[in-house]
Design a protein. Structure first.
Length: 280
């Protein structure tokens, strides 16, 4: 908390994609506790190529309830990050409600996994995984850019990548290949936008978590993928601290730091939150 007892993000507004559950919900609660109003965005629908359940309308409503129970304000919006027009509509709704935008957390993403039965083609899988994990972040930046720049107050964009954006852990299956390619692509996107938006006082950074205990990781399809690949990845899935998975709050604390003025001179950075998985 700030020295005056007010939150680090008092009176700020944060736009968070993939906010129905998991990391997105954790980021929303963490920023709300520091004073930010939250715009919680999620698709709230399944995607045929993703071999595990995604967040629901009920999950998104629960995020809003928890934010409000913590004393924050929360506006929800349904938007598929593959559809820029839906994101633009969510931003317009946010501006009509709160009148400003200060923080963007491009968090929405889908992870690899091996389904029991494959019902979609590799071309469909590749297209969806790149569209959600890479194009979705670009769409989010495009949709929020004007609100951030025209606000004239600077701001912070935090893009959630992965240790797979710094380390090659894929071994040829299409979901993992697309996930790894997209998460690496986010780094280039971040660096380009850090240069583009820097003159406006808007900082852009990526966070690279290792495995986090969320429904995206804790499901049978991901378990099957890990089992199939644990002996094929150099170093296995070990980390330097021998701790394994990290907690939601580990990532959210990094989001909070990058969102706040405590990191006011930090832009263009790839920040691992991984117990040293990248270096192991």
């Amino acid at each position: 908390m700030a020295d005056d007892g007010r939150g680090d993000l008092q009176d700020r507004v944060a736009f968070i994609t993939g906010a129905a559950r998991g990391q997105g919900r954790s980021h929303a609660l963490t920023l709300a506790r520091e004073g930010a109003a939250i715009v919680a965005v999620d698709i709230c629908a399944p995607i045929a190529t993703v071999p595990y359940a995604l967040g629901t309308e009920e999950d998104l409503a629960e995020t809003a309830r928890l934010v409000e129970a913590a004393g924050g304000r929360c506006l929800t919006a349904h938007a598929d990050v593959r559809n820029r027009e839906e994101l633009v509509a969510a931003v317009e709704k946010a501006m009509a409600t709160f009148g400003r935008l200060d923080v963007v957390v491009a968090n929405a993403g889908v992870a690899q996994g091996l389904p029991e039965t494959e019902t979609t083609t590799i071309d469909e899988i590749w297209a969806d995984y790149i569209a959600v994990n890479l194009t979705g972040a670009w769409n989010t930046l495009q949709a929020t850019r004007d609100a951030l720049v025209e606000g004239g107050r600077g701001g912070s964009i935090v893009i959630i990548s992965s240790t797979s954006g710094l380390k090659g852990t894929s071994r040829g299956d299409v979901r993992a290949d697309a996930y790894t390619a997209a998460k690496h692509g986010l780094v280039g996107l971040m660096r380009a936008w850090a240069n583009e938006l820097g003159p406006h006082g808007i900082r852009v950074n990526t966070i690279h978590p290792t495995a986090v205990g969320t429904p995206m990781v804790e499901n049978p399809a991901m378990g099957a993928w890990v089992e199939a690949n644990k002996h094929r990845v150099a170093g296995g899935f070990n980390d330097a601290m021998h701790r394994g998975r990290i907690g939601l709050q580990d990532v959210s604390e990094a989001v909070l730091w990058l969102a706040s003025e405590r990191s006011g001179a930090v832009t263009g950075v790839t920040l691992p939150v991984d117990n040293g998985f990248v270096i192991a």
